[in-house]
Design a protein around this ligand. Sequence first.
Ligand code: ZN
Length: 228
Amino acid sequence: MARNRISQFGDVPLLYDRDPVANYGKCGFRTHPHVDTVFALQTDIAFGEMFLVLEAMDLGQVTAILFGGVDRTGGGSSLHHKGRAFDLDGLVFDNGFIWMADTFATQPHQYLAIEGVLRQNFGTVLTSGYDSAHRDHIHFDNGEPVGFQRHSKSRVLYLQNALKFLFDQMLTIDGVWGPETQSIEREVRKELGLGGLSIRSNWVGFIEASIDIATDRARELNQGGLIA
Ligand SMILES: [Zn+2]
């Protein structure tokens, strides 16, 4: 697969913010990773959509993407070795606000909106709740098609988090598709007028509805001065 050197996505520059060249979330260095051509196009679209959502939250204009890597040398099984995976650390805004990917606990609305946009564009999205390796960044790659799978811990976690923090449902967050999740998911889906999530358009529709709620909530909090 062809690769190109990429310096920006969604017209916003990439800054590498990991050791030894920089400090996570504090500063970053311009780099030009080798990115698979198709993945680069998909990522460009995803970031463009994400920035529109964040603007709608009144968070401001994104001026830099902090990231922990795209390409990796060697021949391991990770899609990083093929330039088809991205580690999102944070986003810098024109007003000085920096969103970081380790803030799910304190700012779930922003996190779930950003995660939602990525899930509409990529099949594999690994987040802080997935495992400790992803506690401080969101990994996404195009190894699997966009869609919901009941056996997928990361997808079920997103569904459960959206149901809890955006649709205000009480349920256990464990990444496991069980009777509780199933019955709450069915209720919420009916209210939204959506069919089963195994159909891609229903999954994308559920995410869309989740992003809309997240945007409204974050905007309200933002206007209340709770976010710097
Ligand atoms: Zn990764």
